[in-house]
Design a protein around this ligand. Structure first.
Ligand code: 5GP
Ligand code: ZN
Length: 116
């Protein structure tokens, strides 16, 4: 499994940086975003380090499926039965700031479309 010793989310996966973890399984960890943009704002990450969703799909497709599946399980656990949004920001212009792929799960309020 690939890891990056300088990566914040690898450190959260390893338990070396604290986070409010809401779900774990063999391939994923999900934790609350430290700066939430909605009543529910959870980040779902693969345990293995990949920069973005496309690289994850190419290098570890089972973990991409596991990330999406985990997000669905967290949405149920959070009671988001009227809807939620899943987002992979990819690259700096899209707002990606942490280059360990993470799926944003946002819900609990009306979400605008298109986003800003
Ligand atoms: P991005 O902008 O890369 O799509 O998303 C990165 C997200 O990580 C941001 O929403 C930011 O609030 C969150 N984040 C950054 N540092 C930490 C941290 O140390 N802990 C947690 N839980 N979230 C973080
Ligand atoms: Zn990482």
């Amino acid at each position: 499994m690939s890891t990056d010793p300088d990566c914040l989310f690898c450190k959260i996966v390893a338990g070396d940086v604290p986070a409010e973890v809401v779900h774990t399984d063999e391939r994923t960890v999900a934790f609350r975003d430290v700066n939430p943009q909605a009543p529910t704002h959870v980040l779902v990450v693969p345990r293995s380090h990949h920069r973005n969703a496309a690289e994850l799909a190419a290098e570890d497709p089972e973990s991409l499926v596991a990330v999406v599946s985990a997000a669905g399980q967290v949405a149920v656990a959070e009671g988001l039965d009227t809807g939620y949004r899943l987002v992979f920001n990819t690259g700096a212009e899209a707002g990606q700031t942490v280059f360990h792929v993470h799926l944003h799960l946002l819900g609990g309020r009306q979400l605008e479309w298109p986003p800003g």
